[in-house]
Design a protein around this ligand. Sequence first.
Ligand code: ADP
Length: 694
Amino acid sequence: MTDQLTESSGTLASLRLIYEISRELATAIDLRTVLTRVLFLSLRNVQGSSGAVIVLDDNGEPVDSAIIHAGSVQNPNTQRLRTTLDGGLAGWVVRTRQSALVTDTSNDERWIKRQYDGEADSGPKSSVSAPLMVRDRLVGVITLTHPQKDFFTTEHQALIQAIADQAAIAVLNARLLDESNRKAAAMTALAQSAASINATLDPEEVLQRILEQTSEVFKAEAVSLLLVDPVTNDLVFRAATGTKRNEILGKRLAMGQGVVGWVAEKGEGVVLQDAIKDERFFAEMDKNTGYKTRALAAAPIRAKGQIIGVLEALNPAKPFQSDALTVLEGIGSLAGTAIDHAQLFNQVAAARTRYLELFEDSIDPIFITDQDGRIVESNRRAELFTGFNGASLHKMNIYQLHKVDLKAVGEDFAALRGVEPLMYESRLQGSGEKEIDIEVHIRNVTIDGADRLQWLMRDISERKELDKLRDDLMSMIYHDLRSPLSNVISSLDLIAAMLPQDDANLKSLLEIAVRSTERVQRLAASLLDTARLEAGQRIGNQVPSSLNAILLEAVDAVAHSAESKQMPLGTAYPKPDLTVKVDADMIRRVVINLLENAVKYSPEGTQLTLGAAEVDGMAQVWVADTGKGIPEEDQSRIFEKYTRARIGTGTAKGLGLGLAFCKLAVEGHGGKIWVKSELEKGSTFTFTLPLAAE
Ligand code: ADP
């Protein structure tokens, strides 16, 4: 009867307790409150003197705890929790997932003895402990102690298990809520960091904000940011907070040196609650600065998949939580992108400034237009040069300033589509009567993403002036030479007739005089022809003439100089002879010019050939030598006035007018002239002439 009564009153007590516990816990949400309430309720109902609840995560790591000792809540010591879990009674409960009863702590091996646990001390003498389980999931462990031996009984053990079972679900909920709260806080911190870090593009400011955000999130005593030096591959302290900031800025660590060196090398973050104990820790740094690193977290800073630095936080106000690394790595990757963007932005800005400086300081006027020629930008020089101010220029079209050479640029600037710039000569039409000879250089440029044309104008009026002076001088010379020369020639003819025919010396002297005079006469005639043909005059007296006769006369004129350089002159005249419709005197001078050049620019003793044939309905004439040859890049230029090849000309003097005359003369007849040449092998000049109709 008594037994039954005890049992039923015990059951009643248990039911009341369970009801009370569920009511108490229903309103508590945060983990700490739940734990303290569970403990207080347990101590009251099981009558323990002290107790502890340890909450475990799914890996069995302690995440939080509550301790009540002699009626007051105490701060848990992580280190002690670990020891208890590893070797103590709570550890046994966690491993076996069973409740435990220790009636005498002095002779139970599951109990870790501490110095105050001795026989005479006031430490716990008996204890009960139970696992907090939600189905098969271990959530924590609760342990109660009493300073008296044999105080707890199996009944207490059953009771504490009942409390544990009741409390487990509340603890698990609170733990999950706590975790998700922490995650949410981490996400908020990251989002705030992102907003702050990305709000600027000034590289120094970006670094400063990364530091601020890291400090703020971890309440860290010091934060450092190291960047990889691309040249030496060292890590350099680029920004820092904390008391030793000035000592460490600019200091270097080799790749792989210290914890940060390890992080940079491996590309992995680390969290060390006690850095000094880690073998990677580089103590030298603290020794030099006098700083004391305790806890340390470091994460790599990445940009475009490359590690560009390391972010580290030292001595946080509270120990680094389980998600510290995720948060720091998050800030690290934000930092990487922000640093990269800031650097790129600055490079672009610097390039733009440099371009603007070059643009403004250029000694040549420069205009930027759209694809229709509307001026959108111009430099100072352009204003001075045209006499229009910037505002007026920006309302104008480049066509209003000069005549665009449509042949050079092509329809809709098609010729500019390539990367090569184009050049042509024109005349600038400035404000008022201002006109200047210019050379225009145009190229395609991209400015702020838009396709533009850049027009650079160069004043060539001085060069033009000189050209004109030279031409004037030339025309004066040949006009004034012509009539005296004719007189000399006729006088020489007379003298030849009057001289005794058998005096060889006199005859040879006279021949020299005649040949030289004829050369001067040919030169004067060719200069005159050049001026006329350039002015667009047509060749008047084109009559059917024997090509062979022209070639023979030409050979006659140069035979003497070829002989004196021992150069054999082979000929290949057309058979039958060809009749060409030409100004015979002019074409004879063209052939003589080519033959004279061949003699002049070839070494002594080399072979010359003069030939002609009918090809494709035209007469074709060629002069070949086996001399020095003409560099490829000069082959088209040598037909321009005053132009001579850069190499191979040797000491031979010349004006660079001969081939210009040949080209004008041949083209004036409707023919073409060209050269094929190879260095050290020789050159062949070929030209075509129209055949006279049968
Ligand atoms: P000039 O002989 O007065 O220099 P030309 O117009 O006749 O002027 O020739 C232009 C340039 O072409 C010469 O200066 C020379 O460099 C080159 N040239 C012409 N003919 C030959 C040749 N047969 N062999 C090598 N170079 C030549």
